[in-house]
Ligand binder design. Sequence first.
Ligand SMILES: [Fe+2]
Ligand SMILES: [Fe+2]
Length: 253
Amino acid sequence: MITGYGHFVQLAASLQWDEKAIDFSADRAAWPLLEDAESARLHGLIAGFVVAETSVAGSLNSYRAAATDPSMKETFRAQSRDEARHARFFDRVASEVVGVAGETPTERRDALRTCAGPELVDLFEVRLPATARRLAEDPAGLTAAVGLYHMVIEGVVLVAGQHAMLDALEAVSVPLPGVRRGMELVLRDERWHIGFGSRIVQTAAIGPDQTEAMLELGRTAARVWGDLITPEALETAMRQHRRRLTTAGIKFW
Ligand SMILES: [Fe+2]
Ligand SMILES: [Fe+2]
C-alpha cells in the first residue's frame, strides 16, 4: 500500500493564499495603456488559464475517489482547493483587469473559450474529463491518469504557459503587479502538485509503453498554446518533463 503523502497536506496548508486579497487597482489602470501586441498575448494566455483551471478543478473528484490511501485522498482534496482558487483568481483577472463581459464565471469562460484555441479547449474540456470519467469506472487506472494530469498537463502544459505569462508580465511596458503576484502564487502551488504526482508515479510500476506515452503526450500537449509560447519555452518544459520522469525512477528504453 502506498503511504506517506501527509507532508503534502501540511505543505499545502502552509501555502494557502486568498485570491480576493490581491489588489488589482494598478493592473486595471495599466491594462488600457498596454501595447496591442502585449494585451493580445496576455489575453490569450489568460483565456487559456481560465479554461484550464476551471476544468482541472472539476476533474479531481474522481482522482480523490480512486485513491486508496487516506493521506493520498487528503492530498487530492488539498489540491482541489488550490485548483478552485486558481480558477477564481483567473476569473477575477478576466473580469476585473481585462474587462471580459459576463455576469458569472461561466459566462466569462464562455466568452473567453474562442480565444483559448481549439486544441487547448479539447485537451482540458474533452480529454481530461474523459480520463476522469474512465478513472471513476476503473480506479486501477489512477497512475496513468496522474501521468496525464500531474506530469503532462501540470508539468508541461501549465508550467510552460505560466512561465510564458511571467515572461510576458516581465516584458510589458506598464507593470501589472497584482496579476504578477497571483501568477507567482499559482506557480508555487503547481510545484507541489507536480511533486505529488511525481511521487505517485514513482511508487508505481511503469512499463516502457506508458513511459513513451507520457513523453509523447508531453510533446503534443504542450503545443496547445500555439504561438503564445516560444519554441524555446516548449523545449525547456519538455526537458524538465523528461528529467522529472527520470527522477521518478522511470527508465527510458
Ligand atoms: Fe492550478
Ligand atoms: Fe495544479
